[in-house]
Design a protein around this ligand. Structure first.
Ligand code: UDP
Ligand code: MN
Length: 278
């Protein structure tokens, strides 16, 4: 079975995330709690592969509708080209580190959200993100909207980040994607992100605050603005990992931990920005 939802849809709009192992379930739990706290009226959907029930149960407890999915039916050549070691050798990550539990091939399973045809509109959010303010208005935005992949310099505004985007489920779109994805010699160096940017060349830009990447904190502090950030995204190293940038990202990691726990979370508008900025 490639696609097996648990129970019926309860709304015609859904936030969707993806979990292919227990590590990303930790992220999804904090993300789901942030969505609940944002007061959304949309469904919360977790696309998951064969992940231990113990890791999935907390997601269900937060009200998520679990949808079991298979990885995409890609060819052996495609799978080999996008295996972790092969991808890292051919397109090394020079700007940051990917955690050991990150499997590039798994990213493509995101595209299964186009099969969620019992929803009129969906917003995909990576499991390593937090929604700090209600973003339900995104359901009224067209397919395909995403924010720029900004974390280093102005040149980053030319690229999109696929950690947050708007979509309209459609089996026809899903089939068209499969046909474009796995062509002979295909190599999508940043996996679903490279693919989606090519599939939707006229992507609509969301304000950067809809997908604020954690490195902006230290690399472009003038761009930071707690009062404006709606979605905070922990790209590269994850806040539930030990990693070498943790000291530089401490306030963001503390915020993630507040959402990952059971206690209160701070009002983001009251937080201090980098270098004393708001
Ligand atoms: N993901 C997953 N398992 C993996 C890799 C990725 O479940 O092995 C999902 C998860 O939702 C994750 C998203 O795909 O947030 C994209 O990967 P990641 O966030 O690690 O990429 P980054 O934001 O660092 O580019
Ligand atoms: Mn991410």
């Amino acid at each position: 079975m490639d696609f097996l939802p648990e129970g019926p849809a309860r709304a015609d709009r859904a936030y969707v995330t993806l979990v292919t192992n227990a590590d990303y379930a930790l992220g999804a739990k904090a993300l789901l709690r942030s969505l609940v706290l944002s007061g959304t009226t949309a469904d919360l959907v977790v696309l998951h592969t064969d992940v231990a029930e113990a890791a999935l149960a907390p997601l269900r407890a937060l009200g998520a509708r679990l949808v079991r999915v298979a990885l995409l039916p890609t060819s052996q050549a495609f799978n080999e080209a996008h295996a972790r070691d092969a991808l890292h050798a051919r397109a090394a990550f020079t700007k940051g580190g990917k955690p050991p539990f990150h499997t590039p091939l798994d990213n493509f399973a995101k595209l299964r959200l186009w099969q969620l045809t019992d929803y009129r509109a969906v917003v995909f959010i990576d499991a390593d993100a937090l929604v700090l303010r209600n973003v339900d208005r995104l359901f009224d935005y067209p397919e395909f909207c995403a924010a720029p992949n900004v974390y280093e310099s102005l040149g980053d505004f030319h690229r999109m980040n696929s950690g947050v985007f708007t979509a309209r489920p459609s089996e026809a779109t899903f089939q068209a994607m499969l046909a474009r994805l796995d062509v002979p010699g295909a190599f999508w160096r940043r996996t679903d992100q490279s693919f989606l940017q090519e599939f939707f060349p006229d992507w609509h830009g969301l304000p950067v605050f809809f997908n604020m990447l954690q490195y902006v904190w230290f690399a472009m502090p003038e761009l930071w603005s707690w009062p404006q950030i709606r979605i905070l995204h922990f790209q590269y190293e994850k806040p539930w990992q030990d990693h070498d940038k943790a000291d530089r990202l401490r306030p963001l990691i503390e915020l993630w931990r507040a959402y990952a726990g059971e206690g209160p979370v701070p009002d983001p508008a009251t937080l201090a920005g980098p270098c004393g900025l708001p």
